[in-house]
Design a binder for this molecule. Structure first.
Ligand code: SF4
Ligand code: SF4
Length: 94
């Protein structure tokens, strides 16, 4: 059902990578999401809505963590808006 990624099998969100050829859109970003793990309840809304599949699920069941891949994150801020826990804050690109 979900798109596959050769580096993170089964972990990329429903939207998957943009286009037929994955494009490293990280260079477009003017800001980047910072994730506060202490506030995250792993609801996966950010993972579902990220338009570039830049949020990956890693780790074993029960210890799963979300990791943002800045090579592909274009800094759109959708994840920040969708996160009801305030666990994601957009900050200037480092
Ligand atoms: S939307 Fe927020 S609370 Fe839900 S998984 Fe993403 S960062 Fe965590
Ligand atoms: S800002 Fe968030 S929703 Fe937008 S591309 Fe980056 S990780 Fe995905």
């Amino acid at each position: 059902m979900f798109a596959q990624d050769e580096r993170y099998p089964g972990s990329v969100g429903p939207v998957g990578r943009a286009g037929n050829v994955p494009t490293r859109t990280g260079g477009w970003a003017l800001s980047q999401p910072q994730l506060d793990y202490s506030r995250c309840n792993r609801c996966l809304l950010c993972w579902i809505y990220c338009p570039d599949g830049s949020i990956q699920r890693t780790g074993a069941d029960g210890e799963e963590r979300l990791v943002i891949d800045y090579l592909y994150c274009k800094g759109c801020g959708i994840c920040e808006r969708e996160c009801a826990r305030g666990a994601i804050v957009m900050q200037g690109r480092e």
